[in-house]
Design a protein around this ligand. Structure first.
Ligand SMILES: Nc1ncnc2c1ncn2[C@@H]1O[C@H](COP(=O)(O)OP(=O)(O)O)[C@@H](O)[C@H]1O
Ligand SMILES: [Mg+2]
Length: 227
């Protein structure tokens, strides 16, 4: 099939232009996307900001997704460019987590469970004219919300500790501290949530060895930044 210009790439997928309205999100290595599509449709029905799902493209692979084409920078790009400040960024991430966790679970019968994104960080939020939109639902599942909060906090802490990251460390720490301050009333991320998030990220094959090696220090940083 014909795909247009490459619009973006992350650790698992490449996203190509199809036309002015739609993109093709193509996994490099994944066997099934049924669950991801089901979660995206479900949260969208509750008004949560996710890309619309489009009609299957002719000649597409079974795991290709056709998604609404979004315009605007990712939150990471806006933070690096200085068009979004770190304190606002933390508040925005916290709001997106809170609103997601207010949606009832789709499958679980446990009343303490909710929908979890498990990778909600600035590279997976696009800032469009109509507001922020959360992308990259490949890791979504259901469980206790503290786990999702801990996953986001741990990811921000890893970035703050990464000497290669192209932003001042103080900015990355402000983003983390703002997220944690905003999440405190929702239950924050306690030591048990962080232990679970640490174990989960340790198993993530898409993290580099240095990223895995800094997980202990990242947990320490989250605990030390908590209000
Ligand atoms: N719906 C979309 N419209 C336009 N660009 C997109 C869209 N979804 C993703 N992108 C671009 O592709 C990049 C990678 O997408 P993402 O879904 O996060 O893949 P990965 O799982 O590899 O991280 C994003 O950072 C963004 O630049
Ligand atoms: Mg991504």
């Amino acid at each position: 099939m014909h795909t247009g210009q490459l619009l973006g790439s992350g650790r698992t997928a490449d996203v190509y232009e199809l036309d002015g309205s739609w993109v093709l999100r193509r996994y490099r290595d994944r066997s099934c996307t049924t669950e991801e599509l089901a979660v995206m449709s479900y949260v969208r029905a509750f008004g949560y900001p996710v890309p619309r799902i489009g009609p299957p493209a002719d000649g597409a692979r079974p795991t290709d997704l056709v998604l609404q084409r979004l315009s605007g920078p990712t939150m990471s790009e806006a933070l690096l460019a200085g068009s979004l400040d770190a304190a606002e960024g933390g508040a925005l991430l916290a709001r997106l987590l809170r609103e997601l966790h207010a949606i009832p679970p789709r499958v679980s019968a446990d009343p303490g469970d909710c929908i979890l994104h498990l990778d909600l960080h600035p590279a997976n939020v696009m800032l469009t004219e109509r507001g922020p939109v959360v992308i990259d639902w490949s890791t979504a599942t259901e469980g206790p919300p503290g786990f999702d909060r801990a996953m986001s906090a741990l990811t921000l802490a890893r970035v703050a500790l990464d000497p290669e990251f192209p932003a001042p460390e103080a900015e990355a720490r402000t983003l983390l501290a703002s997220l944690l301050a905003e999440l405190a009333d929702d239950g924050g991320a306690d030591a048990a949530d962080l232990t679970r998030a640490h174990a989960h990220q340790q198993e993530n094959p898409f993290l580099t060895a240095p990223e895995r090696d800094c997980l202990d220090a990242a947990v320490g940083l989250v605990l030390s930044c908590a209000p």
